[in-house]
Design a protein around this ligand. Sequence first.
Ligand code: HEC
Length: 125
Amino acid sequence: MRKLILLAVASLFVSAGVRSAEEMSVDLMQTIEDTNKSLSSNIALSNKAGATSDAKELTQMFADVETYFNHKGDASNAVDLAKQSKDLSNQIVGFVAANNFDSATTAATTLSRTCRTCHTFYKKE
Ligand code: HEC
């Protein structure tokens, strides 16, 4: 039994080593950055159509980020943060639809904080 566990742990390390060679798509993060900026200004301008399409795009992109960290493994924190970001983006779609731009602003602020939290732990440099 102990041998089996050791073997499982060892293979975990090997696969983690291989997987960490895959990089998060920098293009994806750049698009997230641009879309997040656009979202903030669209919310500030009460631009319903613009904010809605930005928030929908972010919802989809964070779903991709979630999948990426799920596959990468050993990054449950990042999976949670990606999921939180996805949920916040989705909530913003709802707030904007209800013309509740105050709540949309609050959610967007929380979203931006979530970016930084994930970068602190998972972005090397
Ligand atoms: C779940 C984790 C996570 C979340 C949430 C996240 N990021 Fe990132 N981000 C990363 C990682 C990891 C990198 C580093 C990618 C690399 O260099 O391989 C990165 C890199 C970046 C970069 C640098 C890209 C480049 O050109 O090198 C920008 C800009 C960025 N993120 C913006 C954002 C913004 C804006 C948000 C929130 C709206 C956000 N990120 C949310 C994990 C995250």
